[in-house]
Design a protein around this ligand. Structure first.
Ligand SMILES: *Cc1c(COP(=O)(O)O)cnc(C)c1O
Length: 193
């Protein structure tokens, strides 16, 4: 087995173990392999090992890889901070946008003729420069996204902050997820990295 195949198998085993411990069906969990800074050739190798879901955080890099690998049936996830002026371009190759953090970005992604799946990103830190909406402004943003044509809200995304145990931080996201479902009952997915 190649080194890459071995590492991928270890990740899959870890996810399956965690699912078992949490009494969850492993099939209900999608592992997104974040390939930023890695070349398209690595994505191709991972695809040959059965990976279909890939994450990228910069438009230029993501667009180039998506174009180079257009012969493969891949699902691209955009997980990075996104400028409004790049929004429509990202929408053209990304099937899921995980980083909606403001109303103007939702507006820039709006469409009357196609849908894109998305997550609202929550900032779990005190640093406003990190991506994500402040929890205090979350409900208003969720309401706005739900009302925006062409966006299907799947749930919440958060990146574990440095200096806090991820499990604790993600427990807060779970609580916020319960809260937003008063506004968006179907948006029950969690994207956590
Ligand atoms: C890189 C990355 C992001 C996005 O990070 P930014 O610094 O906002 O670009 C999100 N989730 C995961 C798992 C990542 O690796």
């Amino acid at each position: 087995m190649s080194d890459l195949a071995g590492r991928l198998a270890a990740v899959r085993d870890g996810v399956a173990d965690a699912a078992r411990v949490a009494d969850r069906d492993p099939a209900s969990i999608t592992t997104i392999v974040v390939t930023k800074f890695h070349p398209a050739s690595l994505v191709r190798e991972l695809a040959s090992l059965g990976v279909r879901d890939f994450g990228e955080n910069r438009h230029q890099e993501a667009a180039a890889k998506a174009a180079e690998l257009v012969d493969l049936d891949l699902t691209w996830h955009f997980v990075g901070q996104l400028q409004g002026k790049k929004a429509r371009q990202v929408r053209s190759y990304a099937r899921v946008i995980h980083s909606i953090d403001r109303e103007s970005l939702a507006d820039a992604l709006a469409s009357s003729d196609s849908n894109v799946d998305c997550f609202v990103q929550v900032n779990l830190t005190d640093d406003a420069a990190r991506g994500g909406v402040e929890p205090a402004n979350l409900d208003a943003l969720v309401e706005h996204v739900v009302a925006t044509r062409g966006l299907t809200l799947l749930g919440l995304m958060a990146v574990a902050p440095l200096g806090e145990e991820p499990r604790r931080a993600f427990a807060r996201v779970r609580e916020l997820s319960d809260r937003i479902r008063l506004t968006a009952p179907d948006a029950d997915e969690l994207s956590m990295g």
